[in-house]
Design a protein around this ligand. Sequence first.
Ligand SMILES: *Cc1c(COP(=O)(O)O)cnc(C)c1O
Length: 380
Amino acid sequence: MPGKHYLFTPGPTPLPPEVREVLARPAIHPRGPDFLPPYERVLGRLKEVFRTEHDVLLFSSSGTGAFESAVANLTEPGEHALVVSSGHFGERWAAMATRYGADVDHLRYAWGETPDPDEVRARAAGAAVVYVVHSETSTGVVSDVQALGAADKDAGALVVVDAISSVGAVPCETDAWGLDVVVCGSQKALMTPPGLGFASVSPAALAKARETTTPRFYFDWERTHQAQAKLDAPFTLAVPLVLGLDVALGLLLREGLDAAFERHVRLGRATRGGIKAMGLELASPDEDRSAVVTAVHAPDELDVSAFLLDLHERLGVQLIGGQGEWSGKVFRIGHLGWFDILDITTALTAVEDGLAAAGVEIERGVAIPAALGAYDVARV
Ligand SMILES: *Cc1c(COP(=O)(O)O)cnc(C)c1O
């Protein structure tokens, strides 16, 4: 049907109607009385969602920009940093920290592996900063960031977490877990279009940033921190996105963070249950923590790009393939943000139909009952 579109990518994610509505409103000025109340609310709601007492700095950038702010503010060239990677995004941060002149030790796991806190503890000794990924969106792995953070603290390092696809989907306790910097973006579980990046900053991280000599201007934490303290911003904010985020965070907090986390766990179970019932093999871990995105091994005979294009053109369904070394080998179903069980059954129906159209032999007619059972629909 023309115009109907189903987005199952792990960012950008679908927008609730309440969010879409405010995005269409007339322009307002970012320093005027129309904007300041929602701006103040957003800064407060971000702290609630990040579970922190400290400030969450807001940048008009994608998530990578907010992450770059951490690297630019915390890197003293030549100082030792540990980057833990097990997929596309961890590797990006290793390249970025290297580019900024850090003496990078790259603890590199194979794609799809889950980092081991004991190994991280052993490698973190002597590092000023440790960079870890919470939800590795390229593989579906959600690491035990509580244990990784504790390991880094034992080593006396500042810990920076890429939580871009995890905040709002799976628990990320910034203060309780001692995470100095937690980075997120608007277009994943926070149900807002792309274009806003966030970095929560602990007092220790801000103190370190005051000492480092790496040049930065737009992403200078101190400048943004001081402006936000006066309910101002150093540069023009993406006003419509902030208004949309205000509404989206309100929806998330009204549902309750714990309820949202449980919903994501059940959506993950439903997706994996349906995929396995078809006879397909998971590339992401078959565990409850893997509640953000499900990666599926593409059957050998499948041309992944042609399959994805067929789903998009014929059914209006958009899934996504693999990144980097998993390109052509997996396809991924995102279930973070504004998703319910009927979205999952739609995605599974499309996968089943697309694979059958591509001539792949799968079990038909069993994925949806399996997904509904795994979700435990009676409990809705
Ligand atoms: C999406 C994503 C990023 C990149 O964020 P952009 O907003 O595209 O810059 C980084 N890390 C993870 C884990 C992500 O899911």
